[in-house]
Ligand binder design. Sequence first.
Ligand code: SAM
Length: 273
Amino acid sequence: MGTNSKNDWQERSKAWAATSVQGISADDTFNQMIIAETRIRAGEKILDVASGTGNPAVSIAHSMKNDGEVVCADLTPLMLQTARQRAEKLELGIMQFAAADMAALPFAAGQFDAITCRFGIMFPEDKVAVAREATRVLKPGGRIAYIVWGAYEENPPFHVSRRAVAEYLGTEEGPVPARHSLSAPGTLQNILREAGLSKVEECELRYRNKVDDVDDYVTRNLKRSFAKETENMTSAEFSLLKEAVIEAWQPFIEDGILQVPNYARLGLGWKTT
Ligand SMILES: C[S@@+](CC[C@H](N)C(=O)[O-])C[C@H]1O[C@@H](n2cnc3c(N)ncnc32)[C@H](O)[C@@H]1O
């Protein structure tokens, strides 16, 4: 993953579109956590920014049972196309889609009950300005929730596969810097406070993703996160790489099931009434 330019994300969105699951996510845990922590209720008007292929927007609309409004916004139109297909599959008529930069939202002030963002705020340069812009479009009394990835070394979904791929290809291994840039405890809370939110909280989110189909999990991960490295591989070469990554996951098999620990941080802020 290189820069955060629109072209860069448009390029990456091809792999995201190809590997995205239709309907509800195969692993919906972080989405359900953000819904619960933000206390999203049916009938509300929600904005999900940097939503990508619709996370958590699709799960939010689903939880609201088609009562309310969910605006799914992202910088990258191709990402939104996949989000729209997922919404259509689930008949989520309350969803709208907007190509929008989270640093300059195309919405009037004071409209949303809650704003969510999963794994997006790490990328823009001025995070406080982004949170301030979200605060502008929030109703008085509304809330904002950001989820960011925790530290690389505590996140096997990244370091296990990156290490195995680097070893297999004989390349350098290391984290994608932007992805973990807000992982230090307290960072999110400070951003929300500096943006002018009245009450702010931060907590850690951890769970084990029990993977039913390891082959499918590793294949999707390789095709999404290592698109450039794998796109010109023959199917025999791809199978060998996949086997190497599956082997690297062996220490995480418990009771015969791959259990992948995930670690993120959630920051929550309320706008003054
Ligand atoms: C890691 S993905 C997360 C997508 C989704 N929220 C999820 O959790 O699967 C980051 C997303 O941020 C979007 N993005 C990057 N910079 C952005 C910006 N300035 N404004 C809006 N979206 C942005 C990208 O297009 C991409 O879809």
